[in-house]
Design a protein around this ligand. Structure first.
Ligand SMILES: [Zn+2]
Ligand SMILES: [Zn+2]
Length: 147
């Protein structure tokens, strides 16, 4: 039985600023805004979703600025891309405990799930594992009720 991970705490702007600074990046307002959305929304947004969400607060923000900020955060190891579907990358906070993802094929939401510890031991001997990505696909509890 899969269990949904508990909602994680919110990161304050000063915590996010410190994390960006420690990663060797200049903590610009745009980078903090993009990082905050990825770290605190718990929704694994796509780049387009990040852009449309941020323009509500910062109407003058350009798509290029958002994409550049996102790529800088990925390069710094603060945000990671999830290859869930071809051509539509979603983003997640990188420094967090290993977890897997469940993608609902009806509503398209991405949920955090647990991952069995020691899963990388499943790799054949002689292979060095850099990272493990586990994706479940199916129907979430809300969509299961709407038959
Ligand atoms: Zn659903
Ligand atoms: Zn996640």
């Amino acid at each position: 039985m899969l269990t949904i991970m508990p909602e994680q705490r919110r990161f304050s702007d000063s915590e996010l600023t410190n994390m960006i600074h420690s990663a060797g990046l200049r903590p610009s307002i745009q980078r903090i805004a993009v990082f905050s959305l990825v770290a605190n929304s718990r929704k694994h947004p796509s780049a387009d979703e990040i852009f449309s969400e941020l323009t509500k607060t910062y109407p003058s923000l350009s798509r290029t600025t958002v994409y550049n900020s996102l790529h800088a955060l990925v390069d710094a190891g603060l945000v990671r891309g999830l290859e869930i579907e071809c051509g539509n990358r979603h983003y997640d906070l990188a420094p967090q405990p290993p977890h897997s993802h469940f993608i609902c094929r009806k509503c398209g939401k991405i949920f955090d799930m647990t991952i069995p510890s020691g899963i990388s031991a499943a790799a054949s001997p002689g292979f060095c594992v850099d990272s493990v990505d586990v994706y479940f696909k199916g129907v979430c509890p809300v969509c299961s009720k709407e038959v």
